[in-house]
Design a protein around this ligand. Structure first.
Ligand code: PEP
Ligand code: MG
Length: 574
């Protein structure tokens, strides 16, 4: 049994598919003259295979994610026909009597160096295309399988070091039963993605990729954070039963998913979903979301080689607003930096990216980018109930500056008679301790708060949210976190404003009970968690929850808090 971090609920039983790159070993020995033609043929065949593979991926991406995303592959396809590459490799094989793989490796290195030294930023970025493509050609020459989650032949559980957004974006959802990864925490990309795709997942397992072989039978228990490798009959039976019990429980919960999130005595709160792409709206609605509490707009900017234009953004925001039919949709402005990089922005390397130029800081330094996004959001606000939210705010000055840009964009739209919601609400994420402490000051400047506990916990406790070896310290129930949250909620209410939470904590049963008692107005979470959180809210009275929260706020340790609340939860749900 391997213990990791429970990242996405559910139990999966199935065959393992180890998604790990095999090392490329170049053969650097000289070849005999008589073998030149053989090597050239190998190279040409590899080019042909690469082209077929890329065309297939391109078609698949176009079908699943739209033509725009598929265009990324055009650059690669063009390079494959480029004589600079083809002629150079052939000449090297002929003149230097080296293998096809050696020649490709050398030529790609030369081209990468040449592009990396270019003045023009766009050309510099082409270096990455050559590197990527070089790897593909080399693998095809050497017969190394190219792994992709796109063309899975059977149902599998993916075992990987970590999964990149591009891996999960191309993945064939129907064939993936579960995830098990070496790295990551509850708020890492893989975890958030697994929850939004409703795939059971355990992350932060340390070295699961070394322990599991392809086709091993494995069990991923995403409820308890456990992975079993080649279990015996008894264990297998046990988990099959557990799995069925979990599915029955989910079916039961689904019955209440569309009922309002209100306490037994009629106190109404809002339970919403976090989404990353417009497509996630479907899952949100299927699980009974009463709104979108966090639309992570940065996904629109990632995995591509140029900025999304105003029209493209407008279409995405409008789609979500319309699909939600008047329910609130909170669009978070670009939250990039930290672990999320945009190659085309040419961001400087930073010693501490999580404390660096990210989110609102980056937007205020790149006014054009920020204005474009705000214009797209404002225009889309004409088609639904959109609210704007700035991420990673640390000072009041930032809010004022961002609002000044917003006002300027509104004036531009007015001049052109372009309609938008004139009463659009503007709020901030509370994810930096300074903002949580100064919530009373901020409450006068904004329409609402949304507490981003994923970051608030890491900054308050000085614990990297991605570091699995510190996951014990990354604790939402540390009294410091609970006190900060209470401070934010109270400060907003004093000014007649409201507070939501869009960090993963809002979707935890234990936390939900405490937060409800503290007076939280909106709970936004991965869609899968919505039915179970609604169930808790609907099972208590406001007074009961308030009493529990008050007791918790007087406690001194996380351990004491968790024990107490878990016992209460058991009582309430029995
Ligand atoms: C957060 O920090 O709690 C949050 C919701 O934002 P993200 O996870 O995207 O940093
Ligand atoms: Mg955050």
């Amino acid at each position: 049994m391997r213990q990791g971090i429970a990242a996405s609920p559910g139990i999966a039983v199935g065959k393992a598919y180890v998604f790990e790159e095999q090392e490329i070993k170049i053969n650097r020995e000289k070849i005999d003259k008589s073998l030149v033609d053989v090597e050239i043929r190998k190279f040409k065949q590899a080019l042909k295979t690469s082209k077929q593979q890329l065309q297939m991926i391109k078609d698949r991406v176009a079908e699943k994610m739209g033509e725009q995303k598929a265009k990324i592959f055009d650059a690669h396809l063009m390079i494959l026909d480029d004589p600079t590459l083809v002629d150079r490799v052939e000449t090297k094989i002929q003149e230097e009597l080296i293998t096809a793989d050696h020649a490709v490796d050398r030529v790609i290195r030369e081209l990468v160096a040449m592009f990396e030294n270019m003045e023009d930023e766009y050309m510099r970025e082409r270096a990455a295309d050559f590197k990527d493509l070089g790897k593909r050609i080399l693998k095809n020459i050497l017969g190394i399988p190219i792994l992709s989650l796109m063309n899975l032949e059977e149902e599998v559980i993916i075992v990987a070091k970590d999964l990149a957004p591009s891996d999960t974006a191309q993945m064939d959802r129907k064939k993936v039963l579960g995830f098990a990864t070496d790295v990551g925490g509850r708020t890492s990309h893989t975890a958030i993605m697994a929850r939004s795709l409703e795939i059971p997942a355990v992350v932060g397992l340390g070295n699961i990729t070394e322990k599991v072989n392809n086709d091993d039978l494995i069990i991923v228990d995403g409820n308890r954070g456990i992975v079993e490798i080649n279990p015996d009959e008894e264990k297998l039976e046990h988990y099959k039963k557990e799995r069925q019990r979990y599915l029955d429980q989910m079916d039961e919960l689904k019955k209440i998913k569309n009922l309002p999130a209100q306490t037994r005595d009629g106190h109404r709160v809002e339970v919403s979903a976090n989404i990353g792409t417009p497509k996630d709206v479907e899952g949100a609605l299927n699980n009974g979301a009463e709104g979108i509490g966090l639309y992570r707009s940065e996904f629109l900017y990632m995995d591509r080689d140029s900025m999304p234009g105003e029209e493209e953004q407008f279409e995405a925001y409008k789609y979500v607003a319309e699909k939600m039919e008047g329910r609130p949709v909170i669009i978070r402005t670009l939250d990039i930096g930290g672990d999320k990089n945009l190659p085309y922005l040419d961001l400087p390397e930073e010693m501490n990216p999580f404390l660096g130029v990210r989110a609102i800081r980056l937007c205020l330094k790149n006014r054009k980018l920020f204005e474009t996004q705000l214009r797209a959001i404002l225009r889309a606000s004409n088609y639904g109930n959109i609210k704007i939210m700035y991420p990673m705010v640390a000072t009041v000055k930032e809010v004022r500056e961002a609002n000044a840009v917003l006002e300027q964009v509104k004036r531009q739209l007015d001049e052109k008679n372009i309609p938008y919601d004139r009463n659009i609400e503007v709020g901030i994420m509370v994810e930096v301790p300074s903002t949580a402490i100064n919530a009373d000051i901020f409450a006068k400047e904004v329409d609402f708060f949304s507490i981003g506990t994923n970051d608030l916990i890491q900054y308050t406790l000085a614990v990297d949210r991605m570091n699995e070896s510190l996951s014990d310290l990354y604790d939402p129930y540390n009294p410091a976190i609970l006190r900060l949250i209470k401070n934010v909620i109270d400060a907003s209410h004093k000014e007649g404003k409201w507070t939501g939470m869009c960090g993963e904590m809002a979707g935890e049963s234990r936390a939900a009970l405490i937060l409800l008692g503290m007076g939280l107005d909106e709970f936004s979470m991965s869609a899968v968690s919505i039915p179970s959180i609604k169930k808790i809210i609907r099972s208590v009275t406001r007074e009961q929850a308030r009493e529990i929260a008050n007791k918790v706020l007087a406690m001194e340790s996380s351990h004491e808090i968790c024990e107490y609340v878990d016992a209460k939860l058991k009582q309430i749900l029995s």
